[in-house]
Design a protein around this ligand. Structure first.
Ligand SMILES: C[S@@+](CC[C@H](N)C(=O)[O-])C[C@H]1O[C@@H](n2cnc3c(N)ncnc32)[C@H](O)[C@@H]1O
Length: 325
């Protein structure tokens, strides 16, 4: 009995120390840098900044997890392609055919990337991965959205920067990517699809190597593992989640909006003890920050586009409060 009581006392003291450290770190991280920012709530802050630049000056060991949906091909969020998207003229953004009268959201067309753009993509993800590796505490996890056309490259850049690959989360979702007949010859080749219709989305799962044993790292940094769904149920690597619902799109009309139903599950898993700071370098509509706030986690995001930044500030309270049916 005595041993159990002293174990409980020790657990209380390291947990209390982790919470104290998180609270102190949070004040520094949310105020880091000169860029414009908006304190979205007590636990969430959005910064109008380029992610790689903001990260470059962030002190080592400042964040505990990263959950992000990056610009997969960088080019789709470049000003010239964005202008075309906003003007409804496509470019690297493909406007899906409207075959049933329903208006669909534009999708980036990654098959049009040149070799040079692919190399630039690799370098960009390399710079991001080095910055994140420094900023994360030992054992911190990264959940990185990708797609089956580009994931090999983006994931490799993370491994090269020193992250351990810990698997992939497969989001089962049917998008409109793929499945089309040859353009201009649809009737002639009615039995042909140019590529498989996509029915899944890969999220790379990476971890910064931890210190000592898993238990040592959990006590010292609060990281190294994934939060279980319950005592009986571990976090799993396949999650079925349909495309983002209309109500969320109305709150945050970002072209790459991720659904709260999915984000809340992966953000929850990212902090094994529920203590720490989650960072989203490409915050877009603040959907990751809203998921974190809903769960009672601390979260910071950077977004460099002023229009999306403003959209995110407005959308945050509504996304946070959203009830999932
Ligand atoms: C794929 S979207 C993420 C959308 C987000 N998942 C959501 O649910 O709203 C990527 C976002 O990253 C932003 N972005 C692109 N390059 C960036 C950079 N270097 N630093 C910060 N933000 C960047 C884009 O403006 C875009 O809003």
């Amino acid at each position: 009995m005595k041993i159990i009581a002293s174990d409980a006392g020790r657990a209380k003291s390291w947990r209390a120390a982790l919470v104290d450290r998180q609270n102190e770190l949070w004040q520094r991280v949310r105020n880091h840098g000169e860029q414009r920012r908006h304190h979205l709530s007590e636990r969430a802050t959005g910064v109008l900044a380029d992610a790689v630049q903001w990260l470059a000056e962030l002190p080592e060991h400042s964040i505990h997890a990263v959950v992000t949906d990056p610009p997969y091909g960088i080019v789709e969020f470049e000003e010239k392609n964005h202008r075309k998207l906003r003007a409804g003229r496509g470019g690297v953004w493909r406007i899906p055919p409207s075959f049933d009268g329903a208006k669909r959201s534009p999708l980036p067309r990654f098959t049009v990337l040149s070799q040079e753009e692919v190399s630039a993509l690799y370098n960009f993800f390399g710079a991001l991965a080095y910055g994140l590796n420094r900023a994360l505490v030992p054992g911190g996890h990264v959940f990185l959205a990708s797609n089956p056309l580009l994931s090999t490259m983006t994931f490799h850049a993370f491994q090269r920067a020193g992250f351990e690959k810990r698997g992939e989360i497969i989001r089962l979702v049917q998008t409109l990517r793929g499945g089309d007949r040859p353009k201009g010859a649809e009737r002639e080749f009615s039995e042909v699809s140019m590529m498989a219709r996509s029915c899944w989305e890969p999220w790379g799962l990476f971890r910064k190597p931890f210190e000592g044993t898993a238990a040592d790292n959990l006590r010292k940094w609060g990281t190294g593992g994934l939060r279980r769904i319950s005592g009986e149920e571990p976090f799993k690597d396949v999650i079925t989640c349909s495309p983002t619902r209309g109500v969320e799109r109305e709150i945050a009309p970002h072209p790459s909006l991720k659904p709260q139903r999915f984000l809340r599950q992966i953000v929850r898993a990212a902090l094994p003890l529920g203590i720490g700071i989650v960072y989203d370098p490409f915050a877009g509509s603040t959907s990751t920050l809203a998921a974190a706030d809903h769960l009672g986690y601390h979260a910071i995001g950077t977004e460099r586009d002023v229009t999306y930044f403003a959209m995110g500030c407005k959308a945050f309270p509504k996304l946070t409060a959203l009830t999932l049916g």
